[in-house]
Design a protein around this ligand. Sequence first.
Ligand code: ATP
Ligand code: MG
Length: 363
Amino acid sequence: MNLFDKFSSEHSIFKNEVILMPDYLPTDILHRETEIKEIVSSINVLIHGRKGENLFLIGNPGTGKTCCSKYILTELEQHTQRILPIYINCWEHSSRFVILGLIASELDMLIPRRGISVDEVTEKIVEGFNKSLYKGIVVVLDEIDRLFVSKTGDKEVLYDLSRSKENLGVNISIIAISNNRDILAKLDNRIRSSLNPRSLEFKSYDSIALKNILSNRAKLAFYPNILDEEVIPLCAAIGLNHKGDARIAINALWKAAKDAEKKGEDKVKIENVQNIKNSLKTEEEIKKELGKPLDYSIFNDNEKRILKILKKNKEIENIVLYKKLKLTENEKRNVRNILDKFEKLKIIMIKNEGKKRIITFSR
Ligand SMILES: Nc1ncnc2c1ncn2[C@@H]1O[C@H](COP(=O)(O)OP(=O)(O)OP(=O)(O)O)[C@@H](O)[C@H]1O
Ligand SMILES: [Mg+2]
């Protein structure tokens, strides 16, 4: 019997596991109406052609700073083509040159990787902006702490961007994000007074907020009646113990469901949550983990089989993968969900080329 013949019955717990992945972007954000309204109103200034205000979003881990700002950028893009929304995670792109280069390339300017100075990249930004129909740019700089690690002046990018209207005629609003309340104090006066951001605190979630966030996510991730009544309150309590961290609460729910799935159970019970309680990871640990060899124990047999093929081939077209797995149409949908999950875990990259999907193994 083909391994996939029993696939549907084996996978009766998750309707869509991707909903519980660390970087899944919810379309329904709860308990952050005030913060979202504040951010939107400050971006609105830019839409009306005035100098944009800079914001500093501060709050403990897992309080929704990243998901709210990404959500707002998506909405902004749908609302107007006159403002360019750019999201940059400084953990991934921490140099002044790279950040300016990313902005230039979002303005459709080609930037060679070498042999070009910061001033030249800045000129490209001006050229790209003037050629475009944009009235302004919103740049989200997430996890700005990273800009303060090097001594090479990467935080100078905050000055470049905050003076860009006066110096270059490019109207930019910066939304800087951090966990560290004191980070701005490390800036010299010149940068701090140019940036001059309005602080917006993301307060830690309480138990009700965490329960609501979890219930909403669970409705999309699981088939009905899969979770025992006590599971969500217990996962919320775990999040609460970690200073109201929604990421940890969601991660607890996912791991508990994986524990149940691995044991062949068809319901997630309080015991499953207790089993995984000690294995929960913070964002920092998850990130460190991404740099380490893969921990195959978190995958089921079907996932392991797909991973083996992907690892062997390095680059493979989805159709070829389906052929190797000898899949029926129904099973292909399940494999597509698994591939989405691998992509979110940054194990693979998927590139769309017309109707083709090229999968590259990136670990
Ligand atoms: N209000 C919310 N509604 C729905 N999901 C949320 C909400 N807040 C956070 N989440 C979910 O919790 C997880 C963590 O949120 P997010 O990444 O935005 O936190 P963060 O404040 O940026 O944390 P960090 O400071 O560690 O980067 C994500 O999976 C996110 O989708
Ligand atoms: Mg974040």
